[in-house]
Design a protein around this ligand. Structure first.
Ligand code: COI
Length: 355
């Protein structure tokens, strides 16, 4: 499949935003990648062209039944001035897993990866130069049939857009205060919780809004059946440290298999540290936090990177963790991960690629 590239003229390119003051997802680069799917042609017409609005029929299936999946990955300006990607193929592989679950067509990971490299070459000036900022990359797939009977679409659009971003959360010295959600659930086993589908994020919005109204940074989900086991936070997987030992909820079919999550587990194992993926009972966890046995909590994600959590609020009671300061385990993992991403440390696990 030949990639068509229609780049914009220098006079048509947008001015760059202030890289020191970036609202997450507000600005988009000059170009985007699109590729169409039809039953006759399969995936076809891979094209890089100037960023522009879509024109869609109001009957387009994605607008009615949310047959949509997406990914999030980042490009970084490294300390030597080169631009690097972090585990890009893993995102496209996960997107194909999401596609299967959402009854959407899989695509060739190498085609998407090659397109992304070309797109980044063209829009390199949009990768913020400073550490702490990056270019967030959003591959997306939508159902495009304009017939509103309830059925999987026959046509799809895959696209990639990119946005320069700074830190996702404004985290104070105390870390994030998180509300443990009792009323709503995000997903259930057998549902679409482990797919990176927009619908999962739609399901999370009301709980997050209510948590924010009460002054919390976000909501932590418990499992949808027993409302007892810890699953994930709005935009992040979650980790707990018991001294040196790190624990995270095991993948049970209803939570997102995060790539940052997996990277943390692999990093810890490569250091010979103990890391367990297990069911985490909220009551036991809170007892351990109150007793000072659970010493740290942090969220992980592409957008969130490693975000320290300072307290969990459950059934009207605050449970401060680790004296609400940012602990040594979170700090060590944050540094190790971002040092690899920004080219400050050797990439011993072979996770990065250069544009
Ligand atoms: C990511 O970390 O890539 C996400 O998907 C978070 C996004 C919902 C803001």
């Amino acid at each position: 499949m030949k990639l068509t590239i229609n780049s914009c003229l220098p006079s048509e390119c947008s001015p760059l935003p202030d890289f020191n003051n970036l609202e997450f997802g507000k600005h988009y680069t000059d170009h985007m990648f699109t590729m169409a799917y039809s039953p006759q042609k399969g995936w076809h017409s891979p094209t890089i062209a100037p960023y522009e609005n879509f024109s869609l029929s109001p009957a387009t299936l994605v607008l009615h039944y949310a047959q949509e999946i997406f990914e999030g990955l980042k490009a970084y300006t490294r300390v030597d001035g080169t631009v690097g990607l972090f585990r890009p193929r893993d995102n496209f592989i996960r997107m194909n897993n999401s596609a299967r679950r959402m009854n959407m067509p899989e695509f060739d990971v190498e085609v998407a990866y090659e397109a992304l490299q070309q797109l980044l070459k063209l829009d390199k000036r949009w990768v913020p130069p400073q550490e702490g900022a990056s270019l967030y990359i959003r591959p997306t797939m939508i159902a495009t049939d304009a017939v509103i009977g309830l059925k999987p679409s026959t046509s799809y659009l895959f696209y990639i857009i990119m946005s320069p971003v700074g830190p996702y959360f404004k985290i104070g010295e105390k870390g994030l205060n998180i509300f443990v959600e009792e009323t709503y659930v995000r997903a259930v086993r057998g549902g679409i919780g482990e797919a990176k589908a927009g619908a999962n994020y739609a399901a999370s919005l009301l709980a997050a809004t209510e948590a924010k109204k009460k002054g919390f940074a976000d909501a932590l989900w418990l499992d949808g059946v027993e409302r007892r086991y810890v699953e994930e936070v709005g935009t992040m997987n979650i980790f707990f440290a018991y001294g040196e030992k790190v624990v995270t909820p095991k993948l049970n079919g209803s939570l997102l298999p995060g790539i940052t999550r997996r990277s943390i587990i692999e990093l810890l194992k490569s250091w010979g540290e103990t890391v367990a993926e297990e069911s985490i009972d909220i009551q036991t966890l809170l007892t351990d936090i109150d007793a000072g046995k659970c010493t740290e909590c942090f969220g992980s994600g592409t957008a969130a990177v490693i975000s320290p959590v300072g307290s969990l609020h459950y059934k009207g009671i605050d449970h401060p963790i680790s004296g609400e300061t940012i602990g040594p385990v979170s700090q060590k993992i944050y540094k190790a991960l971002t040092d690899i991403q920004y080219g400050k440390a050797p990439d011993a696990l072979g996770w990065t690629s250069t544009i």
